[in-house]
Design a binder for this molecule. Structure first.
Ligand SMILES: [Zn+2]
Length: 247
């Protein structure tokens, strides 16, 4: 006579320690031990070990698969959603939220040898983000005004740093502040002004369903803050750049 073990035996025998600890838990514990914040719009790339991003991708895909199952979607038989979990995991970690998990693109700055001190504006720069509250898109444009200081960076670099900062879950007001901090760190301008106009899909697609509403906000620092005429010049230059778009 053969005996079979009760089905509960195997799970009772496995100690909880035997289960591999999720990579996200290991990273969170490391961040907490170091006292490093990991809010939705923080970059944590400096605290990821080699290979952990790939492990995170696998973990996130598993959770998205569970989410789809909880939404009662038959991912086993629906050819359209078969690979959705993997796509969503890749999209979050390497595209729309890459500004959390990837390092800032390399941006070289150069000494301002000609002592340039006239203001200039760059824009519109497309910005793509997602609201921290619903994880749906925030899409818009950004203008950056600079009164050069000790160092200068190339024009295209403003797009790169804006893309990196905005590619995180955000609220627009904080995104603009973080972008200003990064630009100040990169080229220490005498004055910095940033204007962002964006449409929030949590207002267009859901909730109040207002298709036309946009949010406009700005930050002004240094000489743009202290000199009202310089600030007015920035907004005038942005108006001119917008007029160019209409032609
Ligand atoms: Zn929202």
């Amino acid at each position: 006579m053969t005996s079979t073990l009760p089905s509960s035996f195997s799970s009772a025998a496995a100690t909880p320690d035997a289960a591999p600890r999720p990579v996200s838990l290991r990273i969170r514990e490391r961040l907490e031990a170091a006292g490093v914040p990991y809010l939705a719009n923080d970059n944590i790339s400096a605290h990821l070990l080699e290979g952990e991003l790939e492990q995170l991708e696998i973990e996130v895909a598993g959770k998205v698969r569970d989410l789809l199952r909880s939404l009662v979607i038959d991912i086993e038989n629906d050819h359209n959603t078969e690979e959705t979990a993997e796509r969503v995991a890749r999209m979050y970690l390497h595209e729309v939220f890459k500004g959390r998990y990837h390092q800032q693109p390399k941006i070289a700055s150069f000494p301002n040898v000609k002592k340039l001190d006239e203001i200039y504006t760059v824009g519109p720069i497309s910005v793509r983000s997602a609201c921290s509250h619903h994880l749906v898109p925030i899409l818009g444009n950004c203008w950056i005004g600079i009164k050069p200081g000790e160092r200068v960076i190339g024009l295209s670099k403003f797009s790169r740093v804006a893309d990196w900062v905005f590619s995180r879950p955000h609220i627009q007001e904080e995104a603009v502040m973080i972008l200003a901090d990064e630009i100040e760190r990169l080229c220490q301008p005498q004055g910095l002004a940033i204007l962002v106009k964006a449409q929030h899909y949590c207002m267009k697609w859901r909730g109040v369903k207002e298709p036309q509403t946009s949010m406009v906000n700005s930050v002004v620092r240094g000489d743009f803050r202290h000199d009202p005429s310089l600030k007015a010049e920035f907004f005038e230059l942005v108006k001119q750049q917008e007029a160019l778009l209409a032609t």
